[in-house]
Write a new protein. Structure first.
Length: 403
């Protein structure tokens, strides 16, 4: 063998040995990091919920960015797979199928409309995929979901009772309720009808209307026939926009009451100030005195995150902490362990990163959320929360109180 050949052979051996050493080290690195964990987000980026969905998405991503910066979960980074449910049950089912069957996510976070959640929930419990939601209809947690669902939004029964108490406190004696055709419509009317008389008021009438109409003047005329002191608009932004316009044209100047998600900034921009003047809006209140709220404010760079932004913050935090507690990322582990990190005698924590550190030390934790204490009943409902009331003045919401 020539000297040139010997040198070439030696180089080949050294090169091969280096490559072998490198590839031998690679599996340990890959195993330590692992493939990213994928969490599903199914939220309304368009449609009637298109004002709230993008903000909820931002809040979830902000929490998971912090989790990743702190090392991720189970030695793996977290990625989100995002689908737009379009505030439409049919579109939501198609999107959920993609998340469950293709991405194979262990959790879906973010459903907003009750009709969407009702359509998606069976896919989740059948596939053992965990679901978090803000849908308020009582029927949601009464579904046979087997524990694969929690909601941080107060249920319809709790909300409607609080609404009735506030409405009566304004001095309104005769109330008419206009509700969009949705799972929460009839339960809301039933609850308000039962609570108002205990506070010296009464529901003089109610109706349920179809969505996507260009005018609701006939419904408005029916509502005003009994000369109500207050009209409760229990719908979504597109239809409430039309009803507010029709009430204004009909000359009704009395109080109107609606959920905050139905009287958004876009609604206020679309209508003359005279049409929305005096409208009272309500929403479940974030826990503004909680350290978790202050952290969410700083994380999102806004002074006052609203209920949806704080609830989304809590979903991402709860899911992250539960995965860490269970030491596995699947829907059943989430179902079986979520209450172990947010209910009990553990050390109170107010962020996912804070809780992850203590869990890594083998300590028990009790996550207290930005939206409020995340304590859930056996069927997945939160136990209680406060409500925030605003009044539209000069085309802008003005804070009234939290109660």
């Amino acid at each position: 063998m020539t000297k040139k050949t010997l040198i070439a052979s030696r180089r080949t051996v050294l090169k091969g040995a280096g490559a072998l050493a490198f590839t031998g080290a690679m599996p340990a690195i890959v195993q330590a990091q692992g493939a990213p964990l994928q969490f599903g987000i199914l939220t309304p980026l368009t449609g009637a919920g298109g004002f709230d969905g993008p903000r909820m998405l931002k809040a979830m991503k902000a929490v998971l960015d912090e989790v990743n910066a702190a090392g991720g979960l189970l030695g793996r980074k977290v990625e989100v797979v995002v689908e737009d449910d379009q505030t439409n049950p049919e579109a939501a089912v198609r999107a959920a199928r993609k998340l469950i069957d293709v991405a194979k996510v262990p959790v879906i976070m973010g459903t907003w409309a009750s009709a969407v959640t009702a359509a998606v929930a069976p896919l989740c419990w059948e596939s053992k995929t965990f679901l978090t939601t803000v849908s308020g209809a009582d029927s949601i947690t009464l579904l046979p979901h087997q524990g694969y669902l929690i909601r941080t939004q107060p249920n319809n029964y709790l909300q409607a009772g609080k609404h009735a108490e506030f409405i009566a406190s304004t001095g309104a004696k005769k109330v008419f309720v206009m509700s969009i055709q949705a799972p929460f419509a009839q339960p809301t009317q039933d609850r308000i009808k039962s609570v108002l008389p205990t506070k010296g008021s009464e529901m003089i009438g109610a109706l349920i209307y179809e969505k996507d109409k260009t005018t609701y003047r006939s419904e408005v005329d029916l509502a005003l026939k009994g000369k109500p002191d207050l009209v409760y608009l229990n719908g979504y932004a597109p239809d409430v926009t039309v009803i507010l316009r029709d009430l204004y044209r009909a000359g009704f100047t009395g109080p109107r009451y609606a959920q905050s998600y139905a009287v958004t900034g876009k609604v206020l921009e679309a209508l003359p100030p005279e049409a929305t003047e005096g409208v009272i809006t309500v929403q479940p209140s974030a826990d503004v005195d909680s350290p978790a709220f202050a952290l969410a404010s700083k994380r999102l760079g806004i002074p006052e995150p609203d209920s949806y932004e704080t609830q989304a913050t809590d979903w991402a935090s709860l899911v992250s902490l539960t995965v860490a507690k269970a030491k596995e990322a699947n829907g059943t582990a989430l179902k079986d362990n979520v209450r172990k990190i947010c209910q009990g005698a553990g050390t109170k924590v107010y962020s996912a990163v804070e809780g992850l550190k203590l869990l890594a030390e083998g300590k028990e934790i009790n996550y207290e959320g930005a939206s409020g204490p995340c304590d859930f009943t056996d069927i997945g409902d939160i136990i209680d929360c406060k409500f925030r009331y605003n009044k539209i003045t000069g085309g802008k919401p003005v804070f009234l109180k939290i109660a």
